[in-house]
Each structure stands twice: as structure tokens, then as C-alpha cells.
Design a protein around this ligand. Structure first.
Ligand code: AMP
Length: 487
């Protein structure tokens, strides 16, 4: 469809564009077909979010939202249709311009600026100038909210100087953005001083409520791979409630959280049956059993399923890749907890690196060890989010290779490992590359070489704790998600 004639014969309605999903397919983002009225369905879901929130948090109509929203530059498919991420498509739509853009502190021109730095800068300065009006703050995914805080940590001096003089730095050069911010930014010595005092002492605990004191909750997804960011968000937000309000994907919108003020570990989403046709593959011990599909109305509480969608855009019985657990019912509609992305091993932002991709990348990098007479004996990996943005850490145990006459692992120095890091990164997906290089949403990958015998000790430990020697395998260490190597 992307390379052929522009309209599809497979559907009654022509394909209007392709959405670039972060779910990777052989290293490239998938192109998800969509149709025009899919935006109406997305809008339907979004328009329900505030009525639900209003049931739990009073006074939200008295202020505005501090939302950091971004678009990416788009391309065209050979058939002439736009290819862009779903959020870019939504923010550029009339739906967003009409319904949502005037309910947040960020000017539309700043949101629509594809230069991430300029966009973030303009959105931050606008948010600071309107700090008393903000009653809710967020981003779609938690990782982006943390990047906004990091941006403030890095640029508060310049931001304060701009507010002092009522003029934006030349680093924001986009004329439309400058014009939009000019309507908000006034010389304000008191505010500039407030920002300097608040940011200069190095104490960032509760910074969100200190700068935006009327914020009642954070609106950002902290389920799934975003759960790793929950503790650090609590730190920055001074324990504000965090609402994970929606469950959405490029394939189709899926559902919303009808109890948004619950603890993040308790979040469940109610799937709306009018957004697509939803079916479920029961998963057995983590693997989707090739049995019959179960309809939405027939899923059973307590069981886990992989979600399968038939969409208005033309996907037929398509496996999204998400595993969900039924936690109960809202009237007759089942509620689902997000359990995991099937196959995803490492994820910092929208990237989802699976085992095969990492294996291929490690193999490519380990070729660089050959001239040094070394090889990778065993490895594991994890995401480190101690610093924001997070990064991948790959643990290697090296061994000397006989072919090289045992030159040994000693000659594998920092330079060699640096080149191995780059080689791994180059072998990872296109989505990883964009987030790492273009957006700066992922820090450089790190290889840590462990002592010889470490992995054997790990096996012995697992076996001493009752694991089967024959079945033992090292799994990634996802400390952010509270999981550790298991057998
Ligand atoms: P994309 O394909 O880039 O649109 O990303 C969609 C994917 O993001 C979904 O299939 C999920 O894996 C993940 N996702 C979206 N919303 C949530 C949520 N509320 N909780 C956990 N994961 C989510």
C-alpha cells in the first residue's frame, strides 16, 4: 500500500496516511495504515478524559494544563501519502487545534515546531510565565516529562534571563514560535528571581509543585515500560498523584482508565468496543497459545491475553504485541492491566528492543574483539534510569580466544569497548537511532565488563535457590521494573 497506488482497494475508504509505530519490524518502524475518520474515534477517546478526571479532581476548569507535546518531521511514502507518528498526525489535525490546543500553556506554534530543542524551550518558557494558572501537568509518556525537567535543570539560567528581559533567546529562531511566545513573555523581574532561587540551590525535590504550585495531579502514562520512571517522578513532583489516563497505539486507540487517581500499580484500562474490533489470544506461561481467539465480551477475570485488533484502517486480526490481564469489569466491559509488551527486552522511551535485535547487535560488536584475542562469553542487559534520559547497559563477561594464541582479554581497553558500544547502537533499530541521535531521548549505551566467573556465580546462586540447572538462562535485569535475573 505504501509503494503502490495511493488508495487501497482493500477498504471502502481510502487510506489517508501511514502512522509510524514504534513497534519495530526488522529494525524499521512499522507503517500502520489509517483512514480519515479514525481521528474522530481518537478524539472521542480524548474527549472522555476530562469528564472522567472531573469526577475525581474538583476545580480543573479553574486553570490550564502544562503539557509538553511534540511533533516530528514527516515524510511521504512512494504512493504520496504522509508517513508520520500518530501524535504528529493528531497535533496537526483540526481536532486538536479545535478541542485541545487552547487548554494548555504551550502555544500551538511551539507544539508544531519539529525542532525538539526550540519546541521544548518555547513550551517551557510559556509554562513558566503562566505558572499560577497550571492545575495539571503532563506529557503522553512519563519519559518525556522527565526530559522536560532535565531541560529546566540545564537551561533555567537562560530561561530566567529571557523572563527578566521579556525577550526570547536567539536559540529559538523559528519566526512562528517567536511570534507566539511574544504574546506570553513579558519582562517579569520577580518571576525571573523566583526561578533563579528555586533552581540554583541544586535541590530538585518537589520542583514541579514549587514552580507550578496549583498543580493537582500529573497526567502521564506510568504503566508498562514507563513504570520505571514512577519513583523519580514522585521525587520531582512532591508526591502529587499521577494519573495514567489512556491506553493508545498507532494501530488504534484502545481504552481509558476510569479510576485515574488509583495507585499506578493498580491501573486498569477499560477498552472501548467502538474503537476497533478487539479479540484476545490467551497467553500460556507468557507465550500466546495458538488457540482460538476470545471476543472482548468473553474474556475471563484473572487471565492474561495478547490483544488482537481489526481496525477501521484495514488491519485484520493484527497482534499489537501487548499482553494484558483482566482485572475486573466496568458494568459488562472488561478492565485490563497492562502486563508487558511481548518480546520487548529493553525500553527507555518509545524504543522496544527485543532479544533477537540485541543478540544480533552484540554479535556484530563482538567481532571487534577478535583482533584482541577476546570474545563475549556471556552477556545480559538492563536499562539504567538513574540519570535522565536513561540508557542501555550491556554486561559482558569476556574470554580469551584460543585462535589468537590467548592474547587475552587484558588488551580490550576503553577504546575498544567504546567502539563496541557504537557498533551495538548502530545495529539497533531505526526508532532507537532517532531517539538516541535526533531527539537525545536516550543516553549513550554502556558496556560493563564483569569479572571472569561472574555468570557462573549467577548460575550457582540460582541453582542454590532451587532453579533447574538444565533450564537456567540469564534474563535481562530490569531493576527499574523491580525485576532481577531469574531462572
Ligand atoms: P506506538 O506503536 O508507537 O503507537 O506505541 C503503542 C504502544 O505503546 C502500545 O502498543 C503499548 O505497548 C504502549 N502503550 C501505550 N499506552 C500505554 C499505556 N497506557 N500503558 C502501557 N503501555 C502503553
Amino acid at each position: 500500500m505504501a509503494t503502490g497506488p495511493p488508495s487501497s482497494q482493500a477498504l471502502g475508504t481510502p487510506i489517508s496516511e501511514f502512522l509510524l509505530s514504534s513497534g519495530t519490524s526488522g529494525g524499521d518502524p512499522k507503517l500502520i495504515p489509517t483512514v480519515k475518520d479514525e481521528l474522530d474515534r481518537r478524539q472521542l477517546l480524548y474527549s472522555l478524559l476530562m469528564p472522567v478526571m472531573n469526577q475525581f479532581v474538583p476545580g480543573l476548569d479553574k486553570g490550564t494544563g502544562l503539557y509538553f507535546l511534540f511533533v516530528r518531521s514527516e515524510t511521504k511514502t512512494p504512493s504520496g501519502l504522509p508517513a508520520r507518528p500518530v501524535l504528529t498526525s493528531y497535533y496537526k489535525s483540526d481536532h486538536f487545534k479545535k478541542h485541545a490546543s487552547n487548554t494548555c500553556t504551550s502555544p500551538l506554534a511551539a507544539i508544531l515546531c519539529a525542532d525538539v530543542f526550540q519546541s521544548m524551550y518555547a513550551q517551557m518558557v510559556s509554562g513558566l510565565c503562566q505558572r499560577h494558572r497550571v492545575v495539571r501537568a503532563g506529557t503522553v509518556f512519563a519519559s518525556v516529562l522527565l526530559r522536560a525537567i532535565q531541560f529546566l535543570q540545564q537551561h533555567w539560567e537562560q530561561l530566567a534571563a529571557n523572563i527578566e528581559h521579556g525577550e526570547l533567546s536567539p536559540c529559538v529562531s523559528d519566526p512562528a514560535v517567536r511570534a507566539a511566545v511574544a504574546g506570553i513573555l513579558q519582562p517579569d523581574h520577580k518571576l525571573a528571581q523566583f526561578i533563579r532561587t528555586g533552581c540554583s540551590n541544586g535541590d530538585w525535590a518537589g520542583i514541579i509543585v514549587r514552580i507550578w504550585p496549583n498543580t493537582k495531579y500529573l497526567d502521564t502514562i506510568v504503566t508498562g515500560s514507563m513504570a520505571q520512571y514512577f519513583p523519580i517522578l514522585r521525587y520531582y513532583s512532591g508526591d502529587l498523584p499521577i494519573a495514567s489516563t489512556k491506553y493508545v497505539s498507532s494501530e488504534c486507540p484502545l481504552g481509558l482508565n476510569l479510576h485515574p487517581m488509583c495507585d499506578p500499580s493498580e491501573v486498569s484500562y477499560t477498552i472501548m468496543p467502538n474503537l476497533a474490533y478487539f479479540e484476545f489470544l490467551p497467553t500460556d506461561g507468557g507465550v500466546a497459545a495458538a488457540t482460538e481467539l476470545v471476543e472482548l465480551a468473553r474474556v475471563e477475570a484473572g487471565r492474561e491475553y495478547e490483544v488482537v485488533v481489526t481496525t477501521y484502517g484495514g488491519l485484520s486480526r493484527y497482534r499489537v504485541g501487548d499482553v494484558l490481564r483482566v482485572t475486573g469489569f466496568h458494568n459488562a466491559a472488561p478492565r485490563f492491566r497492562f502486563v508487558r509488551r511481548s518480546g520487548a527486552l529493553l525500553s527507555v522511551d518509545a524504543d522496544k528492543t527485543d532479544e533477537t535485535e540485541l543478540q544480533r547487535a552484540v554479535e556484530r560488536a563482538s567481532v571487534l574483539l577478535r583482533p584482541h584475542g577476546a570474545a563475549v562469553l556471556d552477556y545480559t542487559s538492563r536499562v539504567c534510569t538513574k540519570t535522565i534520559p536513561g540508557h542501555y547497559v550491556v554486561y559482558w563477561e569476556l574470554t580469551a580466544t584460543a585462535q589468537q594464541g590467548g592474547v587475552g582479554t587484558g588488551s580490550v581497553d576503553g577504546n575498544v569497548l567504546d567502539r563496541c558500544c557504537l557498533e551495538i547502537e548502530e545495529a539497533l533499530s531505526y526508532v532507537y537511532w532517532v531517539l538516541r541521535v535526533v531527539d537525545g531521548a536516550i543516553r549513550p549505551l554502556e558496556i560493563r565488563v564483569v569479572r571472569p566467573g561472574t555468570f557462573e556465580e549467577l548460575v550457582n546462586l540460582a541453582v542454590s535457590q532451587g532453579a533447574s540447572m538444565g533450564q537456567y538462562k540469564v534474563t535481562p535485569m530490569r531493576d527499574g521494573l523491580g525485576r532481577h535475573p531469574t531462572s
